[in-house]
Design a protein around this ligand. Sequence first.
Ligand code: SAM
Ligand code: SF4
Length: 394
Amino acid sequence: MPVSAKAKSVQSKIPDAFGIYVHWPFCAAKCPYCDFNSHVRHVPVDQKEFAQAFCREIETVAARTPGREVESIFFGGGTPSLMEVTTIKSILDCIAVNWDISDDVEITLEANPTSAEADRFQGYAKAGVNRLSLGVQALNDKDLQSLGRLHSVKEALGALAMARDIFPRNSLDLIYAHPGQTLDQWQDELGQALALGISHISPYQLTIEAGTPFAALHAKGKLHCPPSALALDMFETTRTMCDAAGLVTYEVSNHARPGDESRHNLVYWRYCEYAGIGPSAHGRLKNAAGRWATETERHPETWRQMVEENGSGIIADNLLTPDEAADEYLLMALRLAEGLDLARHEKIRGKALPETRYQPLIENGFLELDNTGYLSATNKGRPLLNTLIAKLAD
Ligand SMILES: C[S@@+](CC[C@H](N)C(=O)[O-])C[C@H]1O[C@@H](n2cnc3c(N)ncnc32)[C@H](O)[C@@H]1O
Ligand code: SF4
């Protein structure tokens, strides 16, 4: 069976799945490579007040999405494992009051693997979390230190062992192609991670994000990342090793045992509907007029104040044109091994994608079209995804 046909057998109802993203914007320390919306507060935040604000925003968004059934909830960050169990519980209770919840809802929480956080795992599971995504990042202490992480390998492995006892589904994140890393070292590290027998893994190539301490060092010539040819070798090796270990590459940086894909991330990549709750959260909500792109205020305390005053921290709420929505679908779906459903793309866009745009890319081996009408990137095309998308988009 071709990879695309295999990957297409994954669960989740296309395109009606509805997910909820909840953003917790605080971390114990800021990692020097990270530009996510995360803030360090030296005085502990009042979680009760934040939980009330999350709940208020949930009520506001639920009022414009009546009748939806929630298939996935994702607590992302920042560091959601800094949330008290009661905070998670009250947010989940609030979601359950405002929407119907699917019987097999996936509830994921992103966790940092320090022992203090692992102590809360049991409570999270009791509150309803059934999938943990653990930010291990590296499996040697030297690299963990240079990535500015607060945990050791021993703590990360301890947290993972605990997570596997507690949660039915687990995933781990790794970062590769960081300064000084060789191909052999990465192969060795990924091999160790795969030997842990986990059913989902997300290895991310280090991106030097503007405005971060890593970007400043890079600009001064003090941070030497692997050259792009080596980074590409690492990317290819990652796919080959994960596939060989039975963790199928279903998205550019995501690999899972079939059936264990992240249903929440599939909501994004299949361009389904989702609500974004919390500071800097993005949503895509549908109504009779079309698809709306929502975005909330980034700064946590300002967001909370806006919610207290207006019921939500939404700062952008735009109806997408059919071309914009179709481009978003294209951008997301080409990341997936299963690819883009041309018939669905036509429905969103209101007209078919001209064959003249994709046929030459098929002839040159960058894309393939299967007999069910799904267009996907080949192994040759995947590293050039941005170029391919630019050629296909409106
Ligand atoms: C925003 S973090 C949240 C998870 C958690 N706070 C942690 O650090 O483990 C989600 C994931 O993004 C990845 N990430 C963040 N910044 C990155 C960067 N500049 N390059 C590559 N991956 C990055 C890390 O692997 C991280 O686990
Ligand atoms: S990588 Fe995770 S822990 Fe580090 S600053 Fe970003 S969100 Fe926080």
